[in-house]
Design a protein around this ligand. Sequence first.
Ligand code: NZQ
Ligand code: ZN
Length: 383
Amino acid sequence: MQNFVFHNPTKVIFGTNTISKIGKEIEKFGLKKVLLLAGGGSIKKNGVYDQVVASLKENHIEWIEFWGVRPNPVLSHANEGIRIVRENNIEGILAVGGGSVIDEAKCIAAGFYLDNLWQAFEREVEIEKALPIFTVLTISATCSEMDPYAVLTNEIENKKWNIGGFALYPKVSIIDPSIQFTLPWEQTVYGAIDALSHIMEFYFQAKGEEPTSSIDEALILNIFRSIDTLQKNPKDYYARASLSWSAVLALNGISGSGLYGGDWACHTIEHGISAIHPEVAHGAGLAVVFPAWIKYIHTLNEPQFLRWARNIFGKENVESAVLSLKEKYRSWGAPVSLRDLNISKQEIPLIAETVWKVSKIRTIGAIKELDYNDIYEILNIAY
Ligand code: NZQ
Ligand code: ZN
């Protein structure tokens, strides 16, 4: 097992009727005015917005609203947020939404202290400070509610890249799984596939290390069960709660402890797809890329891939476990090929080039460091 440090400072308040606590939590940090950041309006329809503002009022916290964070958020909108924060003496950011809203909140919080936010993505400056970040999570997927990362698309340069830094951990996150009853089915599924993918990014690089390998298997099976249950009854609270907490454990440091940092090639390839096709949800792209990558790479760490095949699907070889994984995703209505995403074969070189841009600042993949041709091949398998 590799040496590691586990230090996750985010306070999580989990369960039904917890949104009303957000105002008090912000007040404890001595803040008087926050930016309430939100997406396309789902929080107005499902009552989350009303609960949040009632709690802010009750605790005498002023707020300014900034709407319109889009799924797969973009740099220009984050820069606009930074401007609003600077001009209005705002002291913290309250993200009310999913990973996209929380990620953009982190970018605004860090960007407040930077001359040029994008330079942090290009690794030209470090993120040392950020305004305090608070979240009310509305979709379980990314774990942005309890991790130090943010992903943003530079829409001019077609780069969907990430930043990380201790200052980006939210101070407090509220997770009320019952507010996810209003999620469209496909968003529930894409969220689950994202969480599964986070676990697999770590797990496949392992060499059988316990207890993390076993924890990861339990989380994978638990997410399968949760989605199977929700497919029959989307309002099953226990399944929502179980999915929500599993999605947190998938990327808050638990699922990767001692496992060498994870591979992350599938995430990098997916970010290339959704940089060019912002209409493709992150989880949908991962459903397509992951099975193809497993096929391409598994012989390089065969014992761990075989362990996965046996313990998750009861199969004696990796190829048939990949078929089972695709079957599972298909049974939930997820895409499993680039074709399913309406992406043509002619686009593969452009996607591969978009993915490859990130090699300027870091390597792609760990079990095998991928070169351009590897990425091109994986995308072809995914077609
Ligand atoms: O825009 P709104 O109105 O909020 O609607 C959203 C959006 O359309 C909707 N939604 C969310 N909660 C809802 C709801 N609709 C009804 N009822 C609710 N309770 O769902 C749609 C998707 O939301 P989004 O925030 O985009 O989803 P997700 O949480 O999957 O975030 C995806 C983004 O996070 C990045 C992805 O690349 C992508 O840009 N990631 C962030 C990571 C991180 N910070 O650690 C890691 C991940 O690997 C990932 O890359
Ligand atoms: Zn992800």
